[in-house]
Design a protein around this ligand. Structure first.
Ligand code: THG
Length: 291
């Protein structure tokens, strides 16, 4: 572990969150996202944003440190909607935001509406995607999630993923002047049900990214259990293993106490919870809520 340990600083108007190996794991709440939710999509098309309010409240209550905001609804002006929702969420919480879209104009509108240092979700190693998005990351002084996939493939082999990470780091830092600590790699956790060897390949990729670059990493942890029963247990166990391999944040549903507990237990066991105070308070709060 010779690489420096980078710290990624995200901010809202009033609060800073630091992602890094010396810090507690960063939970990025995933639920403010209408993908696969028909009723939510219909409400948004009808101009009803009450579900966003509920999702913000539940992700915050579950212990989110950052909120991922995705407004990808078919047949809607995503840029206008995302800007509106980013503005609205800043009135509901002081947590920093992760602005999630595949549409460049939507990312720009979301960033323009945001007062702070956002995390942009995401670029890939594709030249076109980097050309479109990295200037925005620079202009709005944001950090960025980068996925090691290319135009032609999502490689499974750690060697190929590392080569794409090298490209992303080189291009982002030298061509666009993005500080290396503001690049957060998503090493692409794949469904374990489709291929039981992918878990180990992902963990090896994480260890190598940590040891070679000291970069922060995130992933969509629920991808791992897709199509399997016992999803919460699988997601929690995966996160615990991934944290020891260098994962420093995850995009996850913080409403699920089993998964959040696995993360908090691992924080404690990794020495990131001084005197175990966070673990003990969480336990007491759960006991108090049960009685
Ligand atoms: N990496 C990065 N960004 C991401 C992902 C990732 N953003 C989107 C996604 N993956 C993470 N966010 C979500 C949001 C909602 C849901 C899952 C992931 C969700 N899933 C339901 C499920 O899993 O059962 C299906 C939808 C439903 O019917 O409720 O809700 O990997 N960088």
């Amino acid at each position: 572990m010779s690489a420096p340990m980078h710290e990624t600083r995200l901010r809202s108007a009033t609060r800073e969150v630091v992602i890094g190996r010396q810090h507690r794991f960063c939970l990025i709440g995933e639920r403010i996202n209408p993908t696969g939710r028909r009723i939510f999509q219909d409400q948004i098309r009808a101009g009803d944003l009450s579900a966003v309010e509920r999702d913000v409240a539940s992700q915050v209550a579950g212990g989110a440190d950052v909120l991922d905001v995705n407004m990808g609804v078919p047949l809607v002006d995503e840029a206008e909607l995302l800007a509106k929702v980013v503005t609205m969420i800043q009135g509901l919480t002081d947590l920093p935001l992760c602005i999630d879209s595949s549409v460049v104009e939507a990312l720009e509108a979301g960033l323009a509406a945001y007062d702070g240092r956002a995390l942009v979700n995401s670029i890939t190693a594709e030249d076109e995607r980097m050309e479109q998005i990295l200037p925005l990351v620079k202009k709005y002084d944001a950090a960025v999630i980068a996925l090691p996939n290319d135009v032609d493939e999502i490689p499974m082999e750690p060697d190929k993923r590392l080569a794409l990470v090298e490209k992303i780091v080189r291009v982002a830092t030298t061509e666009y002047g993005i500080p290396i600590e503001d690049i957060v790699i998503d090493p692409l956790a794949m469904p374990i049900g489709a291929d039981v060897t992918t878990g180990l390949a992902t963990l090896e990729t994480m260890r190598r990214i940590r040891d070679t670059y000291g970069l922060n990493m995130t992933c969509g942890s629920s991808n791992v259990s897709f199509g399997m029963p016992g999803r919460h247990e699988l997601n929690g166990t995966f996160l615990s293993m991934a944290m020891t391999a260098g994962l420093t944040s995850a995009i996850m549903d913080t409403r699920t106490p089993e998964v959040v507990s696995a993360v908090k237990a691992t924080d404690l066991l990794m020495g990131h919870d001084e005197w175990g105070m966070a673990w003990i308070s969480r336990h007491r709060a759960a006991q108090a809520a049960a009685t």
